[in-house]
Structures are given as structure tokens and as C-alpha cells.
Ligand binder design. Structure first.
Ligand code: 13P
Length: 252
């Protein structure tokens, strides 16, 4: 019943022309061979309006990688959830570990961003995950539980229906060190249990929980085979159509 999703996070890669070329190539590849899951690409802000013209009417969903924690006004350089929505995008990634660690995004700031994104009709891909030292200390479950509670637990069950979760162990991001499929499943099952406690069994059953961190065509099928893993949030391997399509095809 819940959706299977493969989402790409382009991060700060590719200029506009390169991004347009990648989206165009992906569109052609998926038109020739339809995916068995939902596919989303999340691009830098400046790509969104142009890429929306490419993905519109296709199976490809479009998202931003961030949005502001304020609705509008004198916040030079920021991009609001309303602006993201107005490009034609349907999703926004929030809470990525790179935003939390490099840009000081706290649970409280992320709560504001989530509220604004949902109020503007965006679906939120909300990222959670522990750093290496936390896993080594056996604290991964409490870290992830606190990240969920700190930003999402004031939502109603109705609002929560527009949240997609992405478990991204920080030690696996861009390192080539993937979590084992059992480590991913253990955490995803834990997360689903926490969601059940907060929002009820139906919400827990319906929420898609993606795995992110060095996911590649060669390991996606094994990771996606686990019952609580509903897809992936893909960084490096989303920048080449052959690799991204290889991961999408893991659902076939
Ligand atoms: P990599 O796939 O490059 O490890 O990045 C994962 C990620 O951070 C996606 O948001």
C-alpha cells in the first residue's frame, strides 16, 4: 500500500545546462522503460523552474533540497516554500545531515521549515540519521527518535501523511560505506514503531521510509528487499542516468 520511491538528491552539483541535460536524459530513459516505483529528483533551487518544464507530465516528481524557515520578507538569499511550490516542484528535502551539521539547522528550525512546506502543499522528504560516534556508542535509536520528535511530533496525522522519511546514517553518506541491509531494516522497523506510537498504526503502515547512504545499483536490490525499506534517497549515484536507473530498476 505504501509507496516505493527512489529519489535523487543532486546536492550542489551541476550547472543549469548540465542539470537540464541530466533531467532530459532521465526522462527519455524512463519513457522507454517505465519504472516500477515513484521517481523524484531534488535539484538546486535555480534548476527547479526549468527542470519542471522537462518533468511535467512525466513519471518524474521534482523537489528542492531545502527551503527557508520563514514565510517571506527581508531574508536575503533565502528561498521560501511558497517559491519552491510556484516552480512546479512537489517535494522538498528537509533535515539533511549536511544542512544540520554545516548550516546549524536545529530540530526547532526544521520544525518551522516542515510546517511551511506542508502549508504550501509540498511533500517533505525528512532526513534523520546518526553519526559514526553515536552508532559506535549504540545510541542510534535514541538519536533518530529525538530527531523525529523534535521536528515532526506536533503535526497531526493528516499532516504527517505528506511526510516521507529518509534514514541516512551520516557515516554512510558519500563514504562508500553502506549500512548492511540488516542495519537498515533494524532502524527502519524501529522508526516505523516510533511513528506507530505517535501517529497510530495506519500512519506507520503508510509512511514510506527511504534508505540513503552510498546506495548504488550493486547494493540497491539487497537493501530494498527488506520489508521496512521503501526505497532510497540517492546522492552521488543520482548524477548519472545509468546509475540512477540501475537503482530504480532494483524495484523490478
Ligand atoms: P550518497 O548516495 O552520495 O552517499 O548520498 C546520500 C545522500 O546524502 C542523499 O541525500
Amino acid at each position: 500500500m505504501r509507496k516505493k520511491i527512489v529519489a535523487g538528491n543532486w546536492k550542489m552539483n551541476m550547472n543549469l545546462q548540465e542539470g537540464v541535460a541530466l533531467a532530459t536524459e532521465l526522462k527519455a530513459a524512463l519513457a522507454a522503460d517505465a519504472p516500477a516505483c515513484d521517481v523524484v529528483i531534488c535539484t538546486p533551487f535555480i534548476h527547479l523552474a526549468t527542470v519542471a518544464g522537462i518533468t511535467e507530465g512525466t513519471v518524474i516528481g521534482l523537489g528542492a533540497e531545502n527551503c527557508a524557515d520563514k514565510a517571506k520578507g527581508a531574508y536575503t538569499g533565502e528561498v521560501s516554500a511558497e517559491m519552491v511550490k510556484s516552480t512546479g516542484a512537489q517535494y522538498v528535502i528537509l533535515g539533511h545531515s549536511e544542512r544540520r551539521s554545516y548550516y546549524g539547522e536545529t530540530a526547532e528550525i526544521l520544525k518551522e521549515k516542515v510546517n511551511l512546506a506542508l502549508a504550501n502543499g509540498l511533500k517533505v522528504i525528512f532526513c534523520i540519521g546518526e553519526v559514526k560516534e553515536e552508532r559506535e556508542a549504540g545510541k542510534q535509536n535514541e538519536v533518530v527518535a529525538a530527531q523525529l520528535a523534535g521536528s515532526l511530533y506536533e503535526l497531526t496525522a493528516e499532516q504527517f501523511a505528506n511526510i516521507i522519511l529518509a534514514y541516512e546514517p551520516v557515516w554512510a553518506i558519500g563514504t562508500g560505506l553502506t549500512a548492511t541491509s540488516d542495519q537498515a531494516e533494524d532502524m527502519h522497523a524501529f522508526i516505523r514503531g516510533e511513528i506507530a506510537k505517535q501517529f497510530g498504526a495506519e500512519a506507520a503502515e503508510n509512511v514510506s521510509i527511504l534508505y540513503g547512504g552510498s546506495c548504488k545499483p550493486s547494493n540497491a536490490k539487497e537493501i530494498f528487499s527488506k520489508p521496512d525499506v521503501d526505497g532510497g534517497l540517492i546522492g552521488g549515484a543520482a548524477l548519472k542516468v545509468a546509475d540512477f536507473k540501475g537503482i530504480i530498476d532494483a524495484w523490478k
